[in-house]
Design a binder for this molecule. Structure first.
Ligand code: ADP
Ligand code: MG
Length: 232
């Protein structure tokens, strides 16, 4: 995967310890992880051009190596519906970023395909000093942050491991479909876990991964936020 190593090597050479979102998006896509389409815009008219290509509605996100948690910086606007709103949103996001961190190096705004909302899950990887890369799975929002309802497995994982990871969280019933909700595509989640396992095994400079959230549908799934940390 020359694409993946050149992205990671390029970032390391620049002295960065995190990939930009569009770089992480490309790395995940190279391994077959379903991701939302993205296009970087440096100017607001370029953002409009990108949005026309992707199709409305779109999501706008700040692109800065100094801002890892974009929402905290007012750096995400969802459901942007017209060229006018794209222009307005571009300016707003860049201003918000500057107000959040005056010396932030703002590289532009990412225009992203808006994915229909659905059950949100998180797929992650952290490195344990003893065990090495460990994959994590959980449901998004309070399930991970408050209830810590997550499962872990040391990589590389098998298909059976991935299936167990999904089924052993307490909130699994939600994925099976409750109160008339259709069941979520478990195989699509298993597939993402396996692909992330392969990605981290083949690229030891990857130090941490956070796909948060991944929207899971009745048929398929899509990662709308991809964060990858790297270490020489
Ligand atoms: P942060 O860096 O703050 O985690 P995210 O990229 O995760 O930023 O965006 C914040 C929230 O916006 C997400 O949790 C999700 O609910 C929503 N969101 C982000 N991107 C998309 C998208 N492409 N389609 C639909 N919703 C999105
Ligand atoms: Mg996120």
């Amino acid at each position: 995967m020359t694409n993946v190593s050149s992205i990671i090597d390029g970032a390391l050479k620049e002295g960065r310890n995190a990939l930009l979102e569009y770089e992480a998006n490309a790395v995940c896509a190279s391994y077959g992880v379903p991701v939302a389409k993205v296009k970087l815009a440096v100017t607001s008219s370029e953002a409009v051009k990108n949005a026309n290509e992707i199709g409305y509605p779109v999501v706008l996100k700040i692109v800065s190596p100094d801002i890892l948690h974009k929402s905290d910086a007012g750096g995400v606007i969802v459901n942007v519906k017209s060229a006018y709103e794209v222009k307005e949103g571009f300016t707003k996001i860049v201003n918000n970023a500057k107000n959040y961190k005056a010396d932030a190096n703002v590289l532009g705004v990412l225009v992203q395909e808006m994915a229909p909302s659905s059950t949100e899950v998180i797929v992650g990887m952290t490195k344990d000093p003893t065990w090495g890369p460990a994959l994590m799975f959980g449901l998004g929002g309070i399930f991970v942050e408050v209830l810590k309802d997550v499962s872990f497995r040391v990589a590389p994982i098998t298909e059976r491991d991935a299936n167990e990871m999904v089924r052993e969280i307490k909130a699994f019933k939600i994925l099976e479909g409750i109160r008339g909700q259709p069941p979520a595509d478990i195989d699509a989640i298993v597939d993402i876990l396996l692909k992330i396992s392969k990605l981290v095994m083949e690229n030891p400079t990857i130090d941490e991964i956070d796909l948060n959230p991944v929207f899971v549908y009745e048929d398929g799934a899509k990662a709308v936020d991809t964060r990858i940390l790297i270490k020489e």
